[in-house]
Ligand binder design. Sequence first.
Ligand code: SF4
Ligand code: SF4
Length: 509
Amino acid sequence: MTEQTYAAGGGVETIQADAVNSRTRRPLYAARVKIFPKAVDGFYRRLKWAILAVALAVYWITPWLRWDRGPAAPDQAVLVDLANRRFYFFFIEIWPQEFYYVAGLLIMAGLGLFLVTSVLGRAWCGYACPQTVWTDLYMAVERLVEGDRNARMRLDKAPWGLEKIRKRVTVHTLWILIAVATGGAWVFYFADAPTLLRELVTLQAAPVAYTTIAILTATTYVFAGFMREQVCTYMCPWPRIQGAMLDEDSLIVTYNAWRGEPRSRGQKKALAQGLDVGDCVDCNACVAVCPMGIDIRDGQQLECITCALCIDACNDIMAKVGKPRDLISYTTLRDYETHSAEARRAGRAVATQNQRRVGVSHVVRPRTILYFSLWSLIGLAMLFGIATRDRLDLNVLPDRNPLYVTLADGSIRNGYTVKILNMVPETRSFVLGTDGLRNAQLRLAEGDGQGGSELRIDVEPDRLREVKVFVTLPRDEVRRERSDFRFVVRDVESGETSHEGTHFHGPEQ
Ligand code: SF4
Ligand code: SF4
C-alpha cells in the first residue's frame, strides 16, 4: 500500500490501495496489516455518525437518569443492584425469581438480530456493534490529530521525531481517556452513579469497581485501537452465524459487476477504441475507505461488515464521472442475478436503467414475518406478564421436628416458618389466615404473640419478612394423621392475595 495518488481518465483520482484483507489473497489466519481508511461523506456515513452519537449517548447518559420509586427503592432508572439482587429498568423491577423476564429479553434480542440480518445482512455489525462504534470513534480521533489517509500513512512511515511523538502521544492519550470513560460508565450500571463517582474519585470505591474499570479500559483500548478488524474477522462468531441467516432476498452490500465490468481506468480512450467498458473506473476509492481492508469487487467476503462506506465512496465517483449511482449498492442476490441476466440479454444500459431500488418485497417475506411474529409474541407476552404479575409472594415451611405438640388441654399445635415477600416499594399490612382447617387458631411465636383465627403482619417496602407461626386445632378437629390445608395472605388495602399449600400433622388415629 502506498500513499501515492494519481489522476486517471475522466478526471477522477485513482488511489493506490491494496485490499490487504481480501479473502482471495489471505490464508486462514494472517497477522494484522495496518489499514488507513480514507474519510468519506455520504448518506451511509452520516447515518453511521448519527447511530454512533445515539449509541454513545445512550451508553454514557443512561446511568445518570433518575426514576422516582419512593424512599425505599433506588432512584436510578437503570440499575443492576447485585447487593439486593434486583434489576431496575425504569418502571420495571425484576426480582431474582422473575429472571425469566431477562431470559425473554435476551430471546427477543436474538430474534431481533435474526430479523435485521435476514433483511439487512450484517447491519448490526456495520452500524451498531460496540466494536464498530468504538473503532469508528477511535478512527475519528486518529483522523482529527494525524489527518486523513495519506497524512497518516506518511506519518506512519516517517522516522520518530518531535512531530510524530507529539501526534502519537495526543492520539493515545485521547484513546485512553475514551477507554477509561467507557470502563467507568459500565460500573455505574451496578451502583448508584453519583455515589460511586464520588467514591471513585476519593479512592473509596470497592476494589472490584477499579478492577472492572481497568479491564474494560484495557479491552477498549486494545480492541478499538489496535485489533480493530481482527476482532470481527477472528474473534467474533457472528460473521459465521450470519451465513446461515442470509438468503437470496437479504440486502447485502454488493458490487454490481454486471454494470461495472470490464473495469477500466482509461475509459475515454477505451471507448474511442471501440472497447467494451463497464462503469467501474477502477479508482480504488471503495477500497481506500473500507475499514476492513477489503475490495468489495472481489465478491461477498466474511470480512465485510456491510458498513456501506464503499457505497458512499463509489456514488461520489459515479457523480463525478456522470454515471448513475449504485454501482455498489444494497442489493439482493435475486436482484443481482436478474440484472446480470438482463445485462447479458438486453445490454448494460437497459439493465442499469431498470436497476431496482430497495422495496417492500425485500422486507416483507415469510422468513421476516416469522421472525417478527415470534418477536412480537414474546414481547406482548412479557408485557402482559409484567402488567399482571403478583407483587406478593408467600412461602411456608412446616416444622419437621417435632411434627406436632400436644398441649395441656389436649389440643394439637404445629409450627411453621412463613415468609411473606412484599415486592412493592411501600410498607404493606397483610392478614394471614388458613383455608381448609376448621377452628384453627394462629399465634405468632415472636413479639407480643398475637393470636386468633387471623394474624396481622406488616412487611416493610421491598422486603421479605420471615415469621414463626403456630397453628393450633382442638383435639376433636384432628381426625387424620396428616391434613392438607393452605395458608392465605391478603393485602388489607388492595385485597391482593397469595396462598401456599402445606400439611397439619396430628397423632395416629
Ligand atoms: S466492503 Fe464496503 S461495506 Fe464491506 S466493510 Fe468494506 S466498506 Fe464496508
Ligand atoms: S467500484 Fe466504484 S469506487 Fe470502486 S473502483 Fe470502481 S468506480 Fe471506483
